[in-house]
Write a protein that binds this ligand. Structure first.
Ligand SMILES: NC(=O)c1ccc[n+]([C@@H]2O[C@H](COP(=O)([O-])OP(=O)(O)OC[C@H]3O[C@@H](n4cnc5c(N)ncnc54)[C@H](OP(=O)(O)O)[C@@H]3O)[C@@H](O)[C@H]2O)c1
Length: 246
């Protein structure tokens, strides 16, 4: 399928895990894809080579989502290199787990900067370049709706903030023909949440489909939301978690 032919995308946190899956899928569907990374320069380089080898277009940008300046530069470089931006995927995220009595304010600031402020800043910057048919897609978490284990307060708070942000931006941009949606994954096999981790069995036993998902599962939904087929869906949060939260 070439649903995204002539589209230009920026994916934050695209070097590994879910973000890398999204980069590959959007490129395979015809989009020119820029993506950011913070530290994994080697993985980013390998991913660009993989996309180009498959006949696609990709650009890796070192940009730390803690920094609004870096995010602005990433949007500007995407626009400069590929001549526009049609699709923004806010994917970069961090998971800080701790008991509420032990979190530091630094952990709070860092989680909120990457998981929430960066989404606000990137959406604001990218929207200025988007025209009719533009797409903003943010990766939240099913923990925005349900926290089943101790230690998740900070992460759940950051991801539930995205629900309000998503709805508000959707209201602002609807008249311009830009849709804005939130994707809320459950357990997905990545470095952040490996399927072979000690806690994994405890998660899968609560799922209707009792196994971890893959980055490709999330990428398939993101590609649909990025395409013209989803033009009447906006302001919504779609949970994709194998039935964990039901
Ligand atoms: N895996 C799950 O079970 C799961 C479930 C629900 C939601 N999610 C959400 O899905 C998204 C992706 O998660 P993942 O599992 O793929 O995580 P991951 O395996 O840890 O990969 C994180 C990606 O984000 C990038 N990143 C992290 N901090 C960054 C920063 N400060 N600036 C720029 N990029 C940064 C990383 O870049 P570097 O390689 O340079 O570090 C990497 O590409 C996150 O928003 C996460 O909260 C994941």
């Amino acid at each position: 399928m070439n649903r995204l032919e002539n589209k230009i995308a920026l994916v934050t946190g695209g070097s590994r895990g879910i973000g890398a899956g999204i980069v590959k899928r959007l490129a395979a569907e015809g989009a020119k894809v820029a993506f950011t990374y913070a530290q994994s320069a080697g993985a980013a380089k390998t991913l660009v080579a993989e996309v180009i080898q498959a006949g696609g277009h990709a650009l890796a940008i070192q940009a730390d989502s803690h920094s609004p300046e870096d995010i602005h530069k990433a949007v500007a470089l995407t626009v400069e290199t590929f001549h526009g931006i049609d699709i923004l995927v806010n994917n970069a995220g961090v998971y800080n787990a701790n008991h509420i009595e032990h979190f530091t304010l630094e952990e709070y600031e860092s989680s909120m900067a990457v998981n929430v402020r960066a989404v606000f800043v990137a959406s604001q910057a990218a929207a200025q370049h988007m025209t009719n048919g533009g797409r903003i897609i943010t990766i939240g978490s099913n923990m925005a709706d349900r926290v089943t284990d101790a230690g998740g307060a900070l992460y759940a708070m950051s991801k539930s903030a995205l629900i309000g942000l998503n709805k508000g931006i959707a209201r602002d941009l609807g008249a311009q023909g830009i849709t804005v949606n939130l994707v809320q994954p459950g357990p997905i096999d990545t470095d952040m949440n490996p399927a072979n981790a000690p806690h994994a069995a405890g998660l899968t036993q609560r799922m209707a489909i009792a196994h971890y998902g893959t980055p490709a599962h999330i990428a398939g939904l993101v590609a649909y939301l990025a395409s013209d087929e989803s033009s009447f869906i906006t302001g919504t949060a779609i949970t994709i978690d194998g039935g964990y939260n039901i």
